[in-house]
Design a protein around this ligand. Structure first.
Ligand SMILES: Nc1ncnc2c1ncn2[C@@H]1O[C@H](COP(=O)(O)OP(=O)(O)OP(=O)(O)O)[C@@H](O)[C@H]1O
Ligand SMILES: [Mg+2]
Length: 234
């Protein structure tokens, strides 16, 4: 539902520069896959987009408006939700409470999305009263995505949703994300080490190497290019 344009983005941690001149754009309703080896700046990119860290220069435009000066909560109110690496759910709270936290986190009172969330992830519906920390890794990931959906987002940023999850479930989560993307027209930026998952679901891909883009194009272009061999070692 919203386009995102990143132009000459530099960001990092204090004196440590990580992202260098990163530029790409995503049309509304598209899926962008972000690939790259460990430590190449993928999570840093997600943090810079969500507002957890500041851009030192460059622009981040949401539907044409530069949001790079906004705080994380202000970006969340504009419809950006983040499913962080390691999931970031509240382990002591129940599934129901975690989902409700998603709704509260949106700041406003978004329309109640719980019915759709449970239709995408029926397993959550069977576990509404279970303490989230006692669920399997895959179920916790579904909950993290479900909680993000509860904010009624326009853009979802996902950081390695396949992390620590068995292959069949990874496939299923990928299929469900694509379904959500199609049904809701939700723009998705997804960071992954799981290259097949990205090649299956992304419209466009970028590859990050030491904080800079070394590839950018349609998934077909990137997947057939030599850079995959060169920078992803597969
Ligand atoms: N809080 C921080 N303070 C200082 N440096 C950091 C911080 N977080 C990350 N870095 C550094 O920034 C660089 C990029 O890290 P980042 O977490 O973005 O990589 P990544 O591509 O997500 O890796 P992974 O695949 O392992 O998750 C690394 O060199 C890392 O050490
Ligand atoms: Mg990371």
């Amino acid at each position: 539902m919203m386009s995102l344009e990143v132009e000459a983005l530099d960001s990092g941690y204090g004196a440590i520069k990580v992202l260098r001149g990163v530029s790409f754009s995503i049309a509304e309703g598209e899926v962008l896959g972000v690939l790259g080896r460990n430590g190449m700046g993928k999570t840093t990119l997600i943090r810079a987009l969500s507002g957890l860290i500041k851009a030192t220069s460059g622009a981040i435009r949401l539907d044409g408006e530069d949001i790079s000066g906004l705080q994380a909560y202000e970006r969340a109110r504009r419809g950006i939700t983040t499913v962080v690496q390691g999931r970031g759910i509240f382990p002591q709270l129940t599934v129901r409470e975690n989902l409700e936290m998603g709704r509260i986190a949106a700041g406003k009172r978004p329309r109640d999305r719980s019915e759709e969330v449970l239709s995408y992830f029926p397993r959550l519906g069977e576990r509404m009263s279970q303490q989230a920390g006692t669920m399997s890794g895959g179920e916790q990931q579904m909950l993290a995505i479900g909680r993000g959906l509860m904010t009624d987002p326009k853009v979802m940023l996902l950081d390695e949703p396949s992390d620590g999850i068995m292959p069949t479930l990874v496939h299923q989560i990928g299929v469900t994300l694509k379904e959500i993307n199609k049904n809701e027209g939700m723009t998705i930026v997804i960071v992954e080490q799981n290259v097949p998952m990205i090649f299956n679901m992304a419209d466009h891909c970028i590859i990050l190497e030491k904080g800079a883009l070394v590839a950018k194009g349609t998934t077909q272009e990137v997947s057939q290019s030599d850079v995959v061999q060169q920078y992803l070692a597969i």
